[in-house]
Design a protein around this ligand. Structure first.
Ligand code: ADP
Ligand code: MG
Length: 688
């Protein structure tokens, strides 16, 4: 499509917000907190809701709980009890039908504005109680002699900004923007029957009416998904499906599986044979292994690395945390005993001398298997012949990190493992390039984990269970949401729980583990816990992923309201790994709806898929194991779950576009390609 010319020179639009009259350094700082630096940035700050001036309510007709716009006169304003600024401002107002009280906490400084007789427009949530109508902290504006009408945006705010400031900025930006050039290819616009970007921006900020608003929102949701799909597809085409790979001889694998101290489960065997058939084929492997916590993904990964080893290729096994990398290193050394394999650990906490030795071994090929953290993908790491790349707990890594690792080899096979069951709807968006293997069976002989929840009054009871397990030879975890106490947060810290636990059980060896300890301290604590020397480990969520101590049978979670469902499921996965019955004890004194709901879900199911779907429902996909962690730009309006149909349409259109123009070099896609690069250059984790 021919790119529309803007009707004005756009430098104004892309200048800093301070260029706008009335915006000084203080306000600029506040805008920055909303992610707005340039005037144009406000275009993508979408309103959180709207103040509909076409529908101004009369006080007598207000209903409890509704959000409404009301115009009313001030009868009087006064401050409630309290001191200084901490006093509540009560503004009594009326219209022709009744009276309404408007309250502002800490509202002393607002008092001078509400002079008797002045008219204001209030927008907020209505409370009707005992025949009295009130609004707490509404947004408000003088309404006498004012001619505002239509639908006004209500923006997210931050300290130092009021609605008026942001509205002023967005109105100015739209004015300066002139005719905003189209950011989607014409083919997509006609295929999905979309309104233009100029229309969309204007109507998402200041909708002319309901239909116009819906068209605008649809278009912007589509656009976000289209950009996301295109970015993923392009970054994949460099390392994704269909890439030519190596062909390994896989017949040797039984030598390894026969040497394991257990027989693989059916699900493990199935996943392994899918992996081996990829490794055998001359197409490169790109496979995701999804298996709930404890399903035995590590053994499967090891069998794959064994195969690479026997074919004379190096493998790299990347874990998200130092602790986990070290644990995998120990496991691998055990499983590969008896075979001639040179395995080394590489993490950033190692000394430079140690690192140098490993780097040399990787470069000259004397090391067969490298286990480590991000350090494995540092610029200075070179491999002689990297043939297999495995990332564990994939949800911890960005899309790009996986690519960086595979770029270290020539067409290596790639295996990613995750215990986070990704709901299909999201998997389509995030992992469309990967083949999927599911390990949906736990090794035999596992006792189910009994999950119970307690409030503060049941806390001692929970610790009794913990004590009796520890006294009969087992080990236990106690998890706190924070490292140290803070005045601001009313919750246990690992440090204070550690002290409490030690004095509760003076004769039992306790350890403390958290992210602010030095690597040496962490290592020594984990070693002592693995060895069974420490019986109780008090910790923060640093133990969330992967830790494998089969003798541990109690996971006690304090202040569970501070943890997400997926996180608690991972924590629970630390126990029930041996043959003893295990317990997950969830303590929360919060009666917030989500805290109770989460605790109940934990007690009612141990199925990771069910939990992931519930998590998605409660938190929404924006939060769900963080898009940010994937290095993807935030979706502001789009929700791949709610907008499945739009997502499918966008994906279809992206595929069509890339089939016709794989490198986006056709002139009709040129402006889109430019916008796409601009957008993704800001997130340095995704290279296009
Ligand atoms: P995850 O899938 O959570 O990474 P791991 O690979 O850590 O699980 O395995 C969990 C535990 O189960 C380990 O102690 C491992 O030795 C054991 N395990 C794995 N496979 C089997 C099996 N087929 N039979 C018995 N135990 C197994
Ligand atoms: Mg694991």
């Amino acid at each position: 499509m021919a790119q529309k010319k803007t009707s004005r020179n756009n430098t104004e639009l892309y200048s800093p917000v301070t260029d706008l009259k009335g915006v000084g350094p203080k306000k600029a700082e506040a805008f920055l907190r909303l992610g707005i630096e340039k005037i144009s940035d406000v275009l993508e700050l979408y309103p959180r809701e709207y103040e509909d001036l076409r529908n101004i309510k009369r006080i007598a007709g207000l209903k409890d709980g509704e959000k409404a716009v009301v115009t009313a006169r001030v009868l009087n304003a006064s401050l409630g009890r309290g001191f200084g600024r901490k006093r509540t401002l009560h503004v009594l107002t009326e219209d022709d039908t009744g009276r309404m009280e408007v309250l502002f906490f800490n509202g002393t400084y607002l008092l001078p504005q509400f002079k008797t007789g002045l008219s204001f427009r209030f927008f907020g949530k209505v409370k009707c109680e005992y025949g009295r109508v009130s609004m707490f902290h509404p947004s408000y504006a003088r309404s006498d002699g004012e001619t505002q009408e239509g639908i006004l945006p209500v923006y997210p705010l931050t300290r130092g900004l009021v609605q008026k400031d942001v509205r002023h900025l967005s109105a100015a930006a739209l004015e300066m923007a002139g005719d905003i050039p189209e950011t989607l290819p014409a083919a997509a616009i006609s295929s999905a029957n979309l309104c233009g970007i100029d229309y969309a921006y204007r109507n998402i900020h200041y909708p002319e009416g309901d239909d116009q608003f819906r068209a605008a929102r649809y278009r912007l949701v589509y656009e976000e998904l289209f950009y996301l799909d295109a970015a993923l597809a392009l970054s994949r085409s460099r390392g994704g499906k269909g890439r030519k790979g190596r062909s390994f001889d896989v017949s040797c694998v039984t030598e390894f599986t026969d040497s394991l101290p257990y027989k693989l489960t059916n699900a493990q065997s199935r996943a392994l044979s899918e992996i081996l058939s990829d490794m055998h084929s001359d197409k490169a492997m790109n496979r995701l292994v999804q298996g709930d916590v404890g399903s035995g993904k590590t053994a499967v990964a090891c069998a794959a690395m064994f195969t690479a080893l026997k074919n004379g290729s190096q493998s790299a096994f990347m874990a998200p945390t130092d602790i986990l990398a070290r644990q995998h290193f120990e496991t691998l050394k055990k499983l590969f005993k008896g075979f001639d394999a040179h395995i080394e650990l590489l993490t950033s906490s190692m000394s430079s001398a140690e690192k140098r030795k490993v780097l040399k071994g990787l470069a000259d090929g004397s090391i067969d298997i490298a286990v480590g953290t991000h350090a494995l993908i540092s610029d200075n790491v070179e491999y002689k012949d990297l043939g297999l790349v495995i990332t564990d707990e994939q949800h911890r890594f960005g899309v790009n990190q996986r690519q960086l690792l595979s770029a270290k080899g020539t067409n290596p096979d790639v295996l990613v493992m995750t215990a986070t069951p990704i709901p299909r709807t999201l998997a389509v968006v995030l992992y469309a390039d990967l083949d999927l293997s599911v390990i949906d069976e736990l090794p035999p002989g596992r006792m189910p984990i009994e999950t119970r929840r307690y409030d503060a009054s049941g806390r001692n009871e929970a610790y009794k269970i913990l004590e009796s397990e520890v006294r009969s030879g087992r080990q236990a975890y106690v998890v706190a949401p924070f490292i140290e106490d803070s005045d601001a947060l009313d919750a246990y810290s690992a440090e204070s729980l550690y002290e409490e636990t030690k004095s509760r059980f003076p004769d039992i060896e306790c350890g403390l583990l958290h992210g602010r300890m030095t690597q040496q301290e962490k290592d020594s604590v984990m070693e002592r816990f693995y060895a069974g020397e420490l019986r109780i480990l008090v910790s923060t969520v640093v133990i969330e992923v992967g830790i494998d101590v089969p003798n541990a049978t109690v996971m006690l979670i304090e202040n569970s309201e501070r943890f997400g469902l997926a996180q608690m499921h991972q924590l629970r996965g630390r126990v029930g790994r041996g043959t003893h019955k295990s317990y997950c004890l969830i303590i929360t004194d919060s009666d917030s709806e989500t805290a109770v709901e989460r605790a109940e879900i934990m007690c009612s199911t141990s199925d990771g898929f069910v939990i992931a779907n519930k998590d998605l429902e409660i938190r929404g996909p924006g939060e769900f194991f963080g898009y940010r962690q994937h290095g993807l730009p935030q979706l502001r309006l789009a929700d791949p779950v709610k907008h499945v149909a739009v997502a499918a349409q966008a994906l279809k259109d992206v595929k069509k576009m890339l089939a016709e123009d794989p490198s986006l070099s056709h002139p009709e896609n040129a402006y889109f390609a430019l916008c796409l690069r601009n957008k993704y250059m800001q997130s340095d984790r995704l290279t296009l």
